[in-house]
Ligand binder design. Structure first.
Ligand code: ADP
Ligand code: MG
Ligand code: ZN
Length: 474
């Protein structure tokens, strides 16, 4: 029997305002080759200067991963020739990265968990983009020199479930820290998967294959499955040594196969050497104090939601699954409403109405508005049913809660006199039913409540209706 061994390298684009070593903007919607300067074009004589914001975000991530922060780290040159890299080398951190020896906890559905060790996170510069159009290829260097953090795990994962849990957790941490967009489709969270197999019980690591740039969780799962099958078949057929070699493979989603892209270069092929144009990167003690302040992370927030609001773990995990969702919920809570109502109105009522391109971030009803709507239910101004009409209206029209309640005439009547009159009328109109109720048919109570609510067009306060009917029907 075989065991699968997986280690991940994740390239995260940091959302700094400017590039890693120059002051060019990092935004990508600009015309091609406009966010460039002599430094990121690698013109002779131009010198790189380290962007402090990159160190800041690296230290934040290191803190979140409970890692060692190297207060002095160094840059190295990695040589390779490719049209999207005008310098023909990449500046990276090989020998002393800024972050080392961290850990990340993944939680399984059955409540158990596992710690995946992080080998390192190092700073490096991104390349430009090659654009292939028919017979010609073009190069856009807007992205060249954009800061990346490459986060390298130890080979601690044993199946694709663990891989997906690891990636989701890492993704969520990056979003909570707000150090990157981490958008897989747009390439700001790029995953390389290293896969090998070994006989169960064997401690030794066997030959690994690196599968590059797979841009969805579904494809990552598939690629692992295919690669494990290929390696185990080779083993069983006695051709493992011949067929499995350390190389970079590509996942082809249409053919559903992995295939060789290039033989894996040995470190020597890259001719690494210390970058002569840059000083060492220093995080002073004062910077450490400042940079290691990080917001509450998903795990902590979840634990706090459970203890502070008395909700179950499942609800807490739904609310903390994305930073946007968690912030939305917390902003609703700032309206002074119950957690239970906030949870329902956010996850059932609002989310049920977010269709198509709409999501929690661009929702036409923001957290303050939804929180206030719930407040209007809790203070008895409107019924829960009326609140749904208000929300429907607000999804389509820009207005405020109280104006909509007014406009749609949904204000709940708590005035006993008015409700009493309706109760009397309903009882008078149904003398048989009133008699049946009085002679013990308790179920009919609901009928009377329903009639009164209907007569009042849903505006009567249900509690008042209940009390009055009880008194009148005896
Ligand atoms: P390189 O820098 O050449 O890509 P590393 O030794 O830094 O190589 O490893 C890169 C990734 O491969 C790491 O995430 C590591 O955990 C993983 N890895 C190393 N050996 C194996 C193996 N035998 N099987 C699976 N993954 C491995
Ligand atoms: Mg690598
Ligand atoms: Zn530049």
């Amino acid at each position: 029997m075989f065991e699968t061994v997986i280690g991940l390298e994740v390239h995260v684009q940091l959302n700094t305002k400017t590039k890693l070593f120059c002051s060019c903007a990092t935004s990508f919607n600009h015309k091609q080759n406009t966010n460039t300067c002599p430094t990121c074009l690698a013109l002779p004589g131009a010198l790189p200067v380290l962007n402090k914001e990159v160190l800041h975000k690296s230290v934040m991530l290191g803190t979140a991963l409970e890692a060692t922060i190297n207060q002095v780290s160094y840059f190295d040159r990695k040589s390779y020739f490719y049209p999207d890299s005008p310098s023909a080398y990449q500046i990276t951190q090989l020998y002393t990265p800024v972050v080392e020896h961290g850990k990340l906890r993944i939680d399984f559905e059955d409540g158990s968990h596992k710690t995946i060790r992080i080998n390192r996170a190092h700073i490096e510069a991104d390349a430009g983009k090659n654009i292939h159009e028919g017979d010609i290829s073009k190069v856009d260097l807007n992205r060249a020199g954009t800061p990346l953090l490459e986060i390298v795990s130890e080979p601690d994962m044993r199946n694709s479930e663990e891989v997906i849990l690891y990636l989701k957790k890492l993704h969520s941490i990056i979003r909570y820290l707000d150090i990157g967009d981490a958008n897989m489709q747009e390439g700001s969270f790029r995953v390389d998967v290293n896969v090998s197999i070994r006989p169960k019980g064997d401690e030794k690591l066997y030959t690994r294959v690196e599968i590059k740039n797979i841009n969805s969780f579904k494809f990552i799962q598939k690629a692992i499955e295919l690669e494990v099958a290929r390696q185990s078949e080779a083993w069983e057929d006695g051709v493992y040594d011949k067929e499995i070699c350390q190389e970079t493979r590509l996942f082809d989603q249409t053919k559903q196969e992995t295939r060789s892209m290039r033989g894996k270069e040995e470190a020597a092929d890259y001719r690494y050497f210390p970058e002569p144009d840059l000083l060492k990167a220093v995080v002073t003690d004062a910077m450490m104090t400042e940079f290691s302040v990080i917001p509450e992370l998903p795990d902590q927030k979840m634990t706090r939601f459970v203890s502070e609001y008395g909700m179950n773990e499942y609800s807490a995990s739904v609310l903390t699954s994305s930073v946007e969702m968690a912030h939305y919920f917390e902003a609703m809570m700032a309206c002074g409403i119950s957690a239970k109502n906030a949870l329902t109105w956010l996850t059932t009522e609002l989310q049920g109405r977010l269709k198509g391109e709409m999501n929690i971030t661009n929702s036409p009803v923001d957290a303050e508005k939804l929180g206030f709507l719930v407040k209007r239910i809790e203070d008895g101004t409107i019924s829960g049913k009326a609140a749904k009409d208000v929300l429907d209206y607000l999804m389509e029209n820009d207005s405020d809660v109280d104006s909509v309640i007014e406009k749609l005439g949904l204000k709940q009547v708590s005035d006993t006199g008015a409700i009493e009159a309706i109760c009397d009328a309903v009882i008078a109109a149904n003398p048989d039913k009133a008699e049946e109720y009085r002679s013990g048919k308790d179920k009919l109570f609901g009928f009377f409540v329903g009639q009164v609510m209907k007569e009042s067009k849903g505006s009567a306060n249900p509690q008042t209706v209940n009390e009055l009917l009880k008194a009148k029907l005896g």
